[in-house]
Design a protein around this ligand. Sequence first.
Ligand code: AMP
Length: 280
Amino acid sequence: MDIIRSAPALATHINALKDAGKALGLVPTMGALHAGHLSLVAQAKKAADAVGVTIFVNPTQFGPNEDFSRYPRTEKEDIAALEKAGVDFVYIPDVASVYPEGAHVTLKAGEMADVLCGAHRPGHFDGVVTVVHRLLTQTKVDVAVFGEKDFQQLFLIRKMVEREKLPVKILGAPIRRESDGLAMSSRNRYLSISERKTAPLLFHTLKASAAKIKKGDKVEVVLKEARAALTKAGFLVDYIELRDSDTLHLLAKKNAAARLFIAAKLGSTRLIDNLALNAA
Ligand code: AMP
């Protein structure tokens, strides 16, 4: 596995793979890798001949009061895990390799970037689409895999790729969970022992709410009850909403594409999750 740290070294590596006629796949990450990330790698390997992973904690997607400086950085362990997973290259650029003109947002994420997480993290998705556009352009991959854990991110990346006419296929991967239901996340390591015990309630509430809506209970009532139960358990709920998976439009009633979305803070840790009604 090649470990690449600069844009010119990346270009040389990519050109060699392209010259060899390989179809290339990419899994962009911020590191602190877990089994969720590795499931994306496995999916990318099925879709491409050679797979790269990027590890880059992107400054432009963090707000001024967010966790950029304390975001977990576990490069040595990440490299070992990717080597074991059979990745062809890992790209760990410095900020100047991604942002030669300075770390500024240069793309707008567009419609639906200011709902759900976007409403609570202003500018976040502009930073996400900016960095993903740069990583896709630099790596020239044929396919890239993103997790449904960050469903709104996946949605907005697909829109950006369409708008910018990038020659890459975007694949979505299902959410990987711990055995107690908690969606895997690099941020789970922030949780204290007692918070970690409470955290799976987020998914269990999502699942119970989805089942109630599915059997015909009123959406507004179900979501109000869910919010109250989570608040009582110590969560600070940012949102719990029913939306259409295909458009992200808010739904007052279920439809075939209905999906529940949730974000809540437990102590200082912000957790997100989502669940399609037809999967509940
Ligand atoms: P991150 O390192 O948090 O930026 O995540 C990198 C990629 O891994 C994104 O496409 C995420 O959606 C995906 N991802 C993170 N957690 C999970 C999970 N539990 N299951 C599936 N994909 C995930």
